[in-house]
Design a protein around this ligand. Sequence first.
Ligand code: ADP
Length: 262
Amino acid sequence: MGKQKESHELKVRRTMKDKSETKSETKFISTISHKLRTPLNAIIGFSELLLDQVYGELNEKQTHYLKNINSSGKNLLVFLNDLIDLLNLKWGEVRLEYSDFSLSQAINQAQMSVKAFAEQKNVSLEVKDDSNLLTIKADENKFMKILHHLLSNAVKFTPPGGKVEITTRYLKGPEFNPSSLFPTPCVEISVVDNGIGIKPEDQERIFSEFYQVDSTLSQDFEGTGLGLSLAKELVRLHQGKIWVESEEGKGSKFTFVIPLDE
Ligand code: ADP
């Protein structure tokens, strides 16, 4: 009995410690986020103001260097946003906010977020929605982030003239999908490209933080190395699973499955 009480007290103390640690980590993350974002927004904003020539005409060199400052600032902001998201997922307090939302609208919106990039690269975007699901239940914001990371990678690693396709399926349960690990009804989303592909030995590693394939094929592409680890954490939060099938030189298929029950 004494031992039981002792272990209970230990558990309570540990939970209190865990909670206070999470609180101080959350505060630390929000402080560095604020301290870095404020000057970065000034760099981006003021360089834009100068580029608009509001305060006088610029010569060619000045325009060139200001464009460099502006795009470096923007790249750094993307990196910072991804890093803060990942730190929050790993150490902070992140809760899912479930709601019912339209699957086709979410896919359209995610497509829009990479449309300009795809047009600029002459990569076509297509959707094959076979799920027949009008709505799904998930954290809409986080669901969109997963899709955005997969789509922007697919466009990035597909050469001009290539194709990126989003496909969906409704998995009703294990009896309809015997190999599935998911007992409940699920939605399966795949992002398929016919781009540079990934070697078998890299296919697990790319989901780790900062891992980027070091090859002649991928060296021309910029990135933070955080997109897939973020997508993996967000899928994990939804109790789902994410994986890749790929062949070097032929293309990749990234798939994630999330249960439709909260
Ligand atoms: P990055 O910002 O570099 O894209 P990610 O974490 O999103 O970081 O991806 C990690 C690495 O996985 C990429 O640098 C790339 O080498 C590889 N990768 C991701 N998606 C694809 C894809 N669709 N085709 C080929 N390689 C990919």
